[in-house]
Design a protein around this ligand. Structure first.
Ligand code: GLP
Length: 260
């Protein structure tokens, strides 16, 4: 696991560099898109590169991490709509190239199985963007999630619903109780994981993710088992890392050719 500590704008550029490098090497790359505020600067940077330098997503496909269950199709906070607004509509993905779990399906179990099959049929995710919740969840894999889990329905914790109430007019009653989420094993199947976290509120989750024991209580810790995981954090999110000086020194002396 590589930890990079840098200001938020630089983190966004680094994540965008990783996605750009993948797209230039493999035009039909499969990208893993995350919602939440953490990847927004990355999406801004990718949209800018698309407009100004011609970075193309025309042959790429993308899979989202998760979706609320039961939220209206036209609700602006439906994750499919958020992804459309924040990135899909700003670049040149082909029609139907961006998919998310169907939180409006009549048969949610079948929708989850279909989603897993679609990711596998696409050849798996090449670069997966991730954020982390204050309770250590990745996608919507709340504490207690099986480390071997696949796409399924989950119940959101009170903490996550409170954290996300800001997207629902600060009205907790509007925040859905359930979601569909890629499982931890689904996420671990991606070839490269790139997690972004900023702000003091993420410091404990980042400490556990990088330095804590692997545990379902801090679901992001499963990333310690991934052969290619990159953790991009600002000073505040890094403030509880025991080996912060070592991570800084390692990054500062990293060979230029190596990339993330
Ligand atoms: N399902 C999403 C996660 O994918 C995201 O990582 C997390 C953190 O969000 P933020 O980046 O806004 O802090 O919140 C949500 O619950």
């Amino acid at each position: 696991m590589e930890v990079v500590i840098a200001p938020a704008d630089e983190l966004a550029r680094l994540a965008a560099d990783t996605i750009e490098a993948k797209l230039r090497e493999k035009a039909d790359a499969v990208l893993g898109l995350a919602t939440g505020s953490s990847p927004l600067k990355v999406y801004d940077e990718l949209a800018r590169r698309h407009t100004e330098t011609g970075l193309s997503f025309a042959k790429a496909r993308a899979f989202m991490l998760d979706e609320y269950v039961g939220i209206a199709a036209d609700h602006p906070e439906r994750y499919r709509n958020v992804i459309e607004t924040e990135i899909a509509s700003r670049v040149d993905f082909a029609e139907g190239a961006v998919r998310g779990p169907d939180g409006l399906a009549d048969d949610l179990v079948a929708a989850c199985a279909d989603y897993e099959a679609a990711i596998a049929a696409a050849g798996g995710v090449d670069v997966q963007l991730l954020g982390i919740g204050t309770d250590g969840h990745i996608a919507f894999n709340e504490p207690g999630s099986s480390l071997a889990s696949r796409t399924r329905i989950k119940t959101l914790t009170q903490q996550t619903r409170e954290d996300n109430a800001r997207f629902f007019e600060d009205d907790l009653s509007q925040v859905p109780q359930h979601c569909l989420t890629q499982g931890l094993a689904t996420i671990m199947s991606a070839k490269h994981l790139v997690l972004l976290a900023t702000g003091k509120g993420k410091a404990e989750a980042v400490h556990q993710l990088v330095e804590g024991p692997i545990s379902a209580m801090w679901p992001g810790t499963v990333m310690q088992m991934h052969p290619h995981a990159t953790v991009l954090v600002d000073d505040a999110a890094a403030s509880r890392l025991q080996l912060a000086d070592y991570y800084r020194q390692t990054y500062a002396s990293k060979p230029a050719w190596q990339g993330l």
